[in-house]
Design a protein around this ligand. Structure first.
Ligand code: ARG
Length: 459
């Protein structure tokens, strides 16, 4: 029997019921639905809208339903329209008339809005914990490899020397901003819509501050139409998660490259790699590839939410039932990705000798060679040109700037002296870049300590 039975003379068509029902994906909010109902019952009891004893009976009944659902004694009916209907129906089965009083001064529209917010608030907290863990792993690894010289790239061409620690801390900074975005999303999710009713509140003398306090909300939605229609918090979370996935995906792409024989900068632990069904030599970075691939799902979820919401007149429309699968999928996907990604990074073997070898090729100290001439008084453009000529000469001779004899240097520009070899040593090139934000080992150490402290203070 449907909630709206009085107005209708027939049961809903069974296939249409399946189409209309959200129970398969909103049943995961049963705990939040019951928490919301308990707070509502307590409030309408306290405000004298229902008898105090009835409120007590409803609360006890709801607590019992919760523990029966937790223990598996009560199984959710897959044919129910949604979780709200199922729980209210079960309460009425257990309490009779009294159960029917729960829905006084409430609508499923404000009920579902409060459920999603309660549910997502918990999810945001657990997402934040996972991101913090990843940042901590990065900080520890960055500190360990603060002085490991590697080539830095632009256009995927070797560009200037950096350290592996510096590279890892670049990601730590991105994830730190992701944490900030999750914090913002939390703040705006933390506003209570209950009491908005279907769209225009109620004439019952409810007290929304009581429910907000009982449910632990930081604020109360100030306009009832907005209270039931707002899904910004879902879009905001999905958008924060999409940006986080962009970061995870870029990082994954680098891991995939670094694992190849062409780079061999890192080797993934066997527990986080996979083999091939036919090629016995293969060790594949499937986890990183899947994370990169799954970013598409999360962007899709964001696009779903934006599209669902963009054309619907105020207030509630059934289109909005589509919000849940999208935002839940975004949350589940990111949690799954982080669960595999963080230990993969934590356990990966870093091969600093290979990084150092790659750094020795590709003339990544050419800028420093030019800067050396500038320090000796040459204008930068002349220094740039002289160094370019030297690089061309090295390529022709199959040698490096480090190995090129001084007389060759001096033939191209007589300002050069022995000091050039010091100026272009990769270690000096890196350690000389100690301005704020630079790759010098001491910088990396300080940065990783600072970020670690920041993250630990957030706990
Ligand atoms: N299952 C519905 C949803 O997720 C609950 C709200 C139903 N409200 C209504 N007016 N039909 O959106």
């Amino acid at each position: 029997m449907k909630l709206w039975a009085g107005r209708f003379s027939k049961e809903i068509d069974p296939k249409t019921n399946d189409f209309n029902s959200s129970i398969s994906f909103d049943s995961r909010m049963y705990r939040e639905d019951i928490e919301g109902s308990i707070a509502h019952a307590e409030m309408i009891g306290a405000c004298g809208i229902i008898e105090a004893q009835e409120a007590q009976a409803i609360i006890a009944g709801l607590q019992e339903i919760l523990s029966d659902l937790d223990s598996g004694k009560l199984v959710i009916d897959p044919n129910a329209e949604d979780i709200h209907t199922f729980i209210e129906g079960e309460l009425t089965l257990r309490l009779g008339q009294t159960g029917k009083r729960l829905h006084t001064a409430r609508s499923r529209n404000d009920q579902v809005a409060v459920d999603i917010r309660l549910y997502l608030k918990k999810e945001i907290v657990s997402l934040q914990a996972q991101v913090k863990e990843l940042i901590e792993v990065l900080c520890r690894k960055a500190k360990e490899y603060a002085f490991a010289v590697m080539p830095g790239y632009t256009h995927l061409q070797r560009a200037q020397p950096i350290t592996f620690g510096h590279h890892l801390m670049a990601y730590a900074e991105m994830f730190l901003r992701d944490l900030g975005r999750l914090q913002d999303a939390y703040r705006r999710t933390d506003s209570m819509p209950l009491g908005s009713g279907a769209l225009a509140t109620t004439t019952y003398p409810i007290d929304r501050t009581i429910t907000a306090r009982l449910l632990g909300f930081g604020s109360i939605c100030q306009n009832s139409l907005d209270g039931v229609s707002d899904r910004d918090f879902c879009m905001e979370l999905a958008s924060a998660l999409s940006i986080l996935m962009v970061h995870l995906s870029r990082f994954s792409e680098e891991i995939i490259m670094w694992c190849s024989w062409e780079f061999k900068f890192v080797e993934l632990d066997d527990a986080f790699s996979t083999g091939s069904s036919i090629m016995p030599q293969k060790k594949n970075p499937d986890i990183a590839e899947l994370v990169r691939g799954k970013s598409g799902r999360v962007f899709g979820d964001l696009m779903t939410l934006l599209t669902v919401m963009k054309g619907i007149a105020l207030a509630y429309n059934k289109d909005m039932q589509e919000d849940k699968e999208a935002v839940f999928d975004a949350v589940d996907t990111v949690k799954m990705c982080l669960t595999a990604f963080t230990p993969m990074i934590d356990t990966m073997k870093v091969l600093p000798e290979n990084m150092r070898k790659a750094a020795a090729k590709g003339f990544i100290n050419a800028t420093d060679c030019a800067d050396y001439l500038v320090k000796k008084g040459l204008p930068f453009r002349d220094a740039y040109k002289a160094t370019g000529t030297l690089v061309a000469l090295c390529i022709e001779k199959g040698t490096t700037l480090e190995e090129l004899p001084l007389d060759e240097y001096r033939r191209i520009c007589d300002v050069f002296d022995e000091g050039v070899y010091d100026a272009i040593s990769l270690e000096n090139c890196v350690s000389g870049r100690k301005v704020l934000g630079g790759p010098a080992g001491e910088n990396v150490q300080a940065q990783s300590e600072r970020v670690l402290r920041l993250v630990q203070e957030m706990k």
